[in-house]
Structures are given as C-alpha cells and as structure tokens.
Design a protein around this ligand. Structure first.
Ligand code: GLN
Length: 249
C-alpha cells in the first residue's frame, strides 16, 4: 500500500463567493486539516464565475448553499460545465453539495419566481413550498456509526425519485418534511441540506469522503484514526438534547 506522505488530495471549491452559507467553507478547512494531520498533502482551488474548471485535476468538488438569487446566478454557469461534471461523477469523483448546491445537482428547482434548470446529474427535483424548514437536524446514516448532526434552512422540498437517501431523519425535517429521509447518495456524490458546517461536526463523514477520493486515485487506502473525542462529545450533547434516549432506530 502507498505511503500517505506520497498522497495528495485536490479540492475544487465551486463559486465560494456565491455558494457559502452557514460556514459551508468549513467543510474545506476540515478536509484539508484531516489530510494534513495524516501527512497527506492537500490543496484547494477556488473557481469563480467564468473560470475554466478542469475536473481531471480534482479529487473532491464542493458546492455550498446559497439563496435562490445566488443559485440562479450560478445555474447558468453550471450549464457550461455540465458535461465535464457528469463525466467526473460517473467516474466516481467525490462531490459534496450542500443545500442550494444539493438542489442544483438535480433536474430542476421550481420557485415562485420561476424554475431553475439543474445540472441533471441525479434524478431528483426540488420544489419550493409554503414555509421554510429551519432548525437543528439529526440523521441516522449508513455512512457513519455516530448519528449525523447539522442545521437546515430551506424553502425547497427535494424529491428523490427512488435515489438513495443520505440518512433517516431522527430529528428535524429533511428532504421534504414528510418522507423521513434526508439528502442523497449516488456513487461518490453526497447531497445534503446539512449546514453547520457538515464535516467538522461529523468527522466520520469527512473521512468516508476522503477515503473514497483517495481510493479512486491510489487504490485501497486505510486512514489513520484521529483523536475525535471533542467532536464526539459535541455530537453526543446535541443528540441527547434533541433525540433523547433511543438512537438505535
Ligand atoms: N435557496 C434554497 C432554499 O431556500 C437553498 C437555501 C440554502 O442553501 N440554505 O431552498
């Protein structure tokens, strides 16, 4: 197996000045840190409107959340890179898309002000409905032994059309406030409404994504465990506060 010091992860942050709500940028800081602590080199490239995105040089792509207005601006730009983005996804490229970014992975996002066409990378769609789904959220996900915690704030309701959810909602609203599910997982794409930011609050999810990115590039990898006692204590506190006793369902 290759030594971690010979490994390098390149993260592409798409449109950070438009899509970056509730600290979504913290996901990048977390991935970078957890690589560096293990001696894995890590670099982030920011892409702004009009920049050419070369997906071949990227191992992880982050799309953060944004207001409807900002999503509309980004939407046209995404159309220009749709083909390359799709090839990257089908080739098992890792993508983390949060809230507004998550909605744009799908076929469309319908709002009162009109419909935005999405990247059409996944067979999901989002429709704005009455009222916003706002608050703390806790999930049980197959990607993590510990429950996943975060914060959601969205007017759009996302429908999965048979795609696999990220997790089952233990507390909060999730994709549509009714189905009991949150987010989506397709190949190495994770779409979710969880801000917070997601990864520092849920280091197991961070390591899952890093592992997927490294495996795609270098074959089998085994990441050294890190000292996550603080993160676990914070997670337990939140779970006790909102879910109380039973987390096994
Ligand atoms: N504008 C979208 C909505 O309200 C996404 C918001 C967000 O990214 N927090 O549904």
């Amino acid at each position: 197996m290759r030594r971690t010091s010979d490994m390098k992860i390149t993260i592409g942050h798409l449109y950070p000045d438009l899509l970056n709500l509730y600290g979504d940028r913290g996901n990048i800081a977390c991935m970078m840190r957890r690589c560096l602590w293990r001696g894995i080199q890590a670099e982030t490239i920011e892409f702004h409107m009009g920049d050419c995105v070369d997906f071949k040089e990227l191992d992880i792509v982050l799309l953060g959340g944004g207001s409807d207005r900002e999503q509309r601006i980004v939407c046209g730009e995404l159309k220009k890179i749709q083909g390359q983005f799709q090839d990257y996804v089908e080739d098992n490229g890792v993508v983390i898309a949060v809230c507004g970014g998550y909605q744009l992975l799908g076929k469309y996002y319908r709002t009162d002000a009109g419909t935005m066409e999405g990247l059409n990378l996944l067979d999901i769609c989002t429709e704005q409905e009455e009222g916003r789904l706002i608050g703390n959220i806790i999930l049980k996900s197959g990607l993590s032994k510990t429950p996943v915690v975060g914060f959601e704030n969205h007017g759009g309701r996302t429908y999965l059309n048979g795609c696999r959810p990220f997790g089952k909602v233990l507390f909060g609203a999730g994709n549509d406030g009714r189905s009991g599910y949150e987010g989506v997982v397709y190949k190495n794409v994770l779409g979710t409404y969880l801000h917070g930011p997601l990864l520092p609050k849920n280091p197991e999810i961070c390591d899952y994504l890093l592992e997927k990115a490294l495996e795609r590039k270098y074959g089998e990898v085994s990441l050294r465990k890190l000292d996550d006692r603080l993160e676990r204590a914070a997670n337990e506190f939140i779970c006790r506060r909102f879910v109380k006793g039973n987390l096994s369902h």
